[in-house]
Design a protein around this ligand. Structure first.
Ligand SMILES: C[S@@+](CC[C@H](N)C(=O)[O-])C[C@H]1O[C@@H](n2cnc3c(N)ncnc32)[C@H](O)[C@@H]1O
Length: 297
């Protein structure tokens, strides 16, 4: 069940999309003084070494965050949301480069204020231990709770939070087909308990019907609940299986991913319309690189 390890993928194109959206959303929500609760239903290990054993195995950050750090002086300036993402990752790398990659728990904690709370769910025993150890170094006391519980099943106990302001990041690994249906059940239940929360759901765009259906079903869910939604996608390469000269077939790896938000910041669409063309251009792995931004409600 637990074959997925985010360390293999940390800092890849999907993280660039996901974390750019996360940072822009948090920046907006943190403009108000009232306390914010952030719930990360699938937290991962929190912090990753991009020069470590796991990341080195696939090196996905090379075609992700590290491309943004390798731009020559004098290159076209980054658009605001992408520049802000790079700035946050740079805060974790004071000696330059991108050797340390902050996962969603560390990005979020970096931006939160004293009055805000962070609830982290992680089920994988090894990642949960790493997350515990990484979070302990922050000395954040009661501001952060780490729970070795099912992020789909247990999250709703924190909704609505006392301040009635929350961002829920739902970022499963989708290694089990049932994750797609569980996301829908989770969001349906969470919206019933707390209709005004902001929900941000990441999903992979891969050739399987469940992945294709998920954003469509989330749109229906948001529309039925009369809530605004925003859907952004980033494609970096073709999803076609490649046959090499020896006849061996190669899967291309993750070609694209999407972020679906319910009750997004009203500022986010314009930010992503500016940032995504540049993201697609800088992270392109072949001529199929593309993006989309769509909204409703
Ligand atoms: C894509 S990774 C999370 C990455 C993280 N959100 C980030 O952006 O840095 C998904 C994580 O969910 C964990 N996981 C899988 N099923 C889970 C569940 N039901 N509840 C909580 N965590 C789960 C996996 O072990 C994995 O670490």
């Amino acid at each position: 069940m637990f074959s997925y390890r985010h360390a293999f993928h940390a800092g890849n194109h999907a993280d660039v999309l996901k974390h750019t959206v996360l940072i822009a959303t948090l920046d907006y929500l943190l403009e108000k003084d009232a306390a914010l609760t952030v719930v990360d239903t699938h937290a991962g290990a929190g912090l990753y070494r991009l020069d470590g054993d796991y990341a080195g195995t696939s090196g996905e950050a090379v075609d992700g965050v590290q491309r943004l750090f390798a731009r020559p002086d004098g290159a076209t300036p980054l658009t605001d949301a992408l520049a802000r993402y790079v700035e946050v990752v740079r805060d974790f790398n004071p000696k330059g480069g991108a050797r340390i990659y902050p996962g969603s728990p560390f990005i979020t904690h970096h931006l939160l204020r004293d009055q805000d709370k962070l609830k982290l769910f992680e089920l994988h025993p090894t990642d949960a231990r790493s997350l515990d150890a990484n979070i302990a170094q922050l000395d954040a006391g009661r501001q952060i709770a780490v729970l070795r519980e099912d992020g789909f099943g247990s999250t709703t106990k924190f909704l609505p939070p006392p301040s009635r302001r929350a961002l829920v990041l739902c970022d499963p690994s989708y290694e089990i087909k049932s994750d797609y249906a569980r996301v829908l059940d989770f969001v349906t239940g969470a919206l019933k308990r707390f209709a005004t929360g902001t929900y941000a759901i990441w999903y992979p765009i891969i050739p399987r019907p469940e992945a294709h259906d998920l954003p469509r079903r989330l749109k229906t869910l948001a529309t039925k609940a009369a809530k605004p939604w925003l859907h952004a996608t980033l494609t970096v390469k073709s999803s076609k299986i490649v046959t090499d000269s020896s006849g061996a077939k190669h899967r291309p790896g993750l070609p694209a991913s999407g972020m679906f938000l319910i009750n997004p910041p009203y500022t986010l669409k314009a930010q992503l319309q500016a940032a995504l063309p540049q993201m697609a251009e800088l992270l392109a792995q072949d001529r199929n690189a593309a993006f989309s931004v769509d909204s409703g409600g």
